[in-house]
Design a protein around this ligand. Structure first.
Ligand SMILES: [Zn+2]
Ligand SMILES: [Zn+2]
Length: 299
């Protein structure tokens, strides 16, 4: 596997959006949605129950793992192969994180890899930590105004009717889940299972874009600021070993050292053992020999 290649999108079609940086116009629908979810989470102490916390943890694991296993390693980077039904099922789990439909998510993330921390990166830390964390979502940088982005960056998914269906309907699915939780456990399950859980998954994912491009160590020289950050890796089931990931984007395994615990890779290996996953892509042997600091300072 070569460094800095994104096999599913040839370099020549990676876009280059010229961006003068923030401030950009507000993206009101997204901003109001995100603020509402955070506001709902503030009610958590008034609706506390242990069953509600358990529901929160269950759906945190399911939706966050859906993001890292399906949206990221499977759909964006095609790091392994699995049956189509498992692709769709895992994608539905990722959609429960309400981070956008799979086609939009994949398009933006491929754009990030093509331009990490420089002009054209939708959430580069070159425009600041806050911007990389969530500022880019509250406003309208150039990529949001590009009507062809999805087709250009995620044509493989857009040609699939099921992915298009999930992409269009995931919000209805999330609202439906909210009603099911209301019916089964009342408002405590809704507040903890939806608002608290979504807020936690949001920030965990966003920390990959902000903290894992700022704090930690680097094993590999990459033309960006990506880092390996242990606490982000714990919160995101292995996604915090982000310098490894930028060096070898298509590798199914992100944690390369013995201390780099990668829960998503453990799941992938478990499913491989029972025959549900095959053709794993892996970083080359030399990647495992790298030591903290070998990646030098971020460029
Ligand atoms: Zn990154
Ligand atoms: Zn990636």
């Amino acid at each position: 596997m070569q460094k800095q290649t994104l096999e599913v999108v040839p370099n020549e079609i990676l876009d280059s959006h010229v961006d003068d940086g923030p401030p950009h116009p507000w993206d009101w629908p997204t901003a109001i949605t995100l603020w509402s979810v955070h506001l709902g989470a503030l009610f958590a102490p008034f609706f506390f129950s242990w069953s509600a916390v358990a529901v929160c943890v269950f759906f945190y694991v399911l939706s966050a793992m859906g993001i890292t296993f399906a949206y990221h390693r499977l759909l964006t980077h095609r790091a392994f192969k699995c049956p189509k039904w498992l692709e769709y099922l895992a994608t539905c789990c990722g959609a429960m994180a309400c981070q956008g439909g799979p086609i939009a998510w994949v398009a933006v993330h491929r754009l990030h890899h093509g331009h990490a921390d420089r002009d054209g990166d939708p959430h580069g830390t070159d425009k600041g930590f806050w911007w990389a964390h969530m500022g880019w979502m509250l406003s309208k940088p150039p990529h949001k105004l590009d009507p062809d982005l999805r087709t250009r960056m995620a044509r493989d998914l857009e040609s699939d009717a099921v992915f298009r269906w999930i992409d269009r309907g995931y919000i209805l699915g999330a609202v439906g889940l909210g009603f099911v939780l209301l019916k089964l456990g009342g408002w405590p399950w809704v507040v903890w299972g939806m608002f608290v859980r979504l807020t936690l998954v949001y920030h965990a994912t966003w920390l990959v874009n902000s903290a894992a491009h700022t704090f930690g160590y680097r094993l590999h020289k990459t033309p960006d600021r990506s880092t390996n950050c242990w606490w982000v890796a714990l919160l995101t089931f292995g996604e915090g070993w982000h310098n490894n990931h930028h060096a070898y984007p298509a590798s199914a395994r992100h944690g390369l050292k013995f201390w780099e615990i990668d829960m998503t890779y453990m799941l992938i290996r478990a499913l491989e053992r029972i025959g549900l996953i095959w053709d794993l892509k892996m970083a080359p042997e030399r990647a495992f020999q790298a030591r903290p600091g070998d990646g030098g300072r971020p460029s």
